[in-house]
Design a protein around this ligand. Structure first.
Ligand code: NAD
Length: 353
């Protein structure tokens, strides 16, 4: 028996189309009535994006994609959309690319067809993020949820092993953090548990062989499940920590998540026994922290903040910057000292206690 709760099912068309992204995207664009397409893709994904978009009525292509969506990039992209009188955005790339499309949609209300090529999961959330100077701001808006997602695992075959692992652990982090997030409920917990299970299975396959089709397809299913759980349940402590670290120190998003997650899990686990059971079960071990550490070890994931370029001189400043955004729903109280200890242990890559 659970407490009363509400859950809004995301209104999106979600397609899995191995090797068939071009056709699936064209069908989704046509369904949405898109006649003047803005194509957003980072420079390294441009050739792939142009192949997928070859038959689309593209009126402008925007390639100025950067991590954490700096406001200057968002402004330039919005101006480009307006100047070209675009009526729909097709984004092809990782979370940074989807994030830029969302920034355009936030002010122009243009629909998005998202084609993700990493496991960030932004395509299935209503969360947008923008960075001004060293401050990253996130918000939630219906307008930024892509109208359609086309998952084509063939496009992720080129994602290098280390990035695949870090990005996959970003998806696992969506699941873990959603279990104690402000709007967690039995439905989001179900998505989260299955998301962890599928993601863990897929990462082991991808690490053994980056070209493994089953591993790549499962990873995208896990990505979608994780993003639905995260979008509906909201951000927990883990995301608040990673947002500050990412925005303030420009650390790589996915790898930072991969490093921080076991420390937040170890901090919360004993105060969130149901979540602990679910996470441990999904990882195939009775202990959640042990399960996560075993997955990280098996996949060669980064273990310390030193590895992602964090300067230990910033430990105090980072802890103070995180404190005001600690969610009041966290299963145990979090003080400045706790944050300092979490960051310090994560910096050194110590086994989390
Ligand atoms: P990213 O989009 O910056 O991509 C990382 C790197 O991978 C880039 O160099 C990119 O060129 C490369 N890449 C992408 N796809 C590739 C492929 N198929 N083959 C080879 N290389 C490829 O990183 P990310 O981790 O996907 O996304 C991080 C961003 O997404 C952050 O800004 C984060 O805040 C945001 N994000 C937002 C949400 C949300 O719900 N709004 C969720 C997760 C992440």
């Amino acid at each position: 028996v659970s407490a009363p709760f509400s859950y809004v099912s995301p209104r999106q068309s979600v397609r899995f189309a191995f090797g068939a992204a071009a056709r699936a995207v064209a069908e989704e664009v046509a369904k949405l009535g898109g006649q003047r397409v803005m194509l957003i893709a980072g420079r390294s994904e441009l050739a792939m994006a142009e192949r997928i978009a070859a038959a689309l009525p593209v009126v402008v292509t925007f390639t100025d994609v950067a991590m954490h969506v700096p406001v200057e990039h968002a402004d330039r992209a919005r101006q480009a959309a307006q100047k070209a009188r675009a009526d729909l955005v097709v984004s092809i790339g990782g979370g940074s690319t989807t994030g830029l499309a969302k920034a355009v949609a936030l002010t122009t209300l243009l629909p998005i067809v998202a084609v993700p090529t990493t496991y960030a999961g932004s395509e299935a959330t209503s969360v947008w993020g923008l960075t001004e100077g060293d401050v990253k701001t996130t918000g939630v808006a219906d307008a930024v949820l892509p109208a359609a997602i086309v998952y084509d695992a063939e496009l992720s075959l080129t994602l290098p092993r280390a990035l695949s692992v870090a990005s996959g652990l970003n998806a696992v982090a969506h699941c873990v953090d959603s279990t104690w997030a402000p709007r967690a409920n039995p439905i989001t917990s179900m998505y989260a548990e299955e998301g962890i299970r599928v993601m863990a299975q897929s990462l082991r396959l991808v690490v053994a062989d980056e070209t493994d089709r089953e591993g790549r397809e499962l990873a995208l299913i896990g990505t979608y499940l994780s993003a639905v759980a995260f979008s509906a349940a909201g951000s927990g402590l883990h995301h608040k920590i990673c947002h500050v670290l990412g925005g303030k120190y420009n650390l790589p998003h996915a790898a930072t998540h991969a490093v921080i997650l076991p420390y937040v899990l170890a901090f919360n686990a004993s105060s969130a026994p149901q979540a602990e059971v679910r996470i441990g079960r999904a990882l195939g071990l009775s202990g959640a922290v042990e399960g996560l550490l075993a997955l990280k070890e098996a996949t060669g994931a980064p273990t310390g903040l030193a590895e992602v370029g964090f300067d230990p001189a910033n430990l105090d400043e980072a802890a103070s910057a995180i404190l005001p955004s600690v969610p009041p729903t966290n299963p145990r109280p979090v003080g400045l000292h706790d944050l300092r200890l979490i960051l310090e242990a994560a910096y050194e890559g110590k086994v989390p206690r």
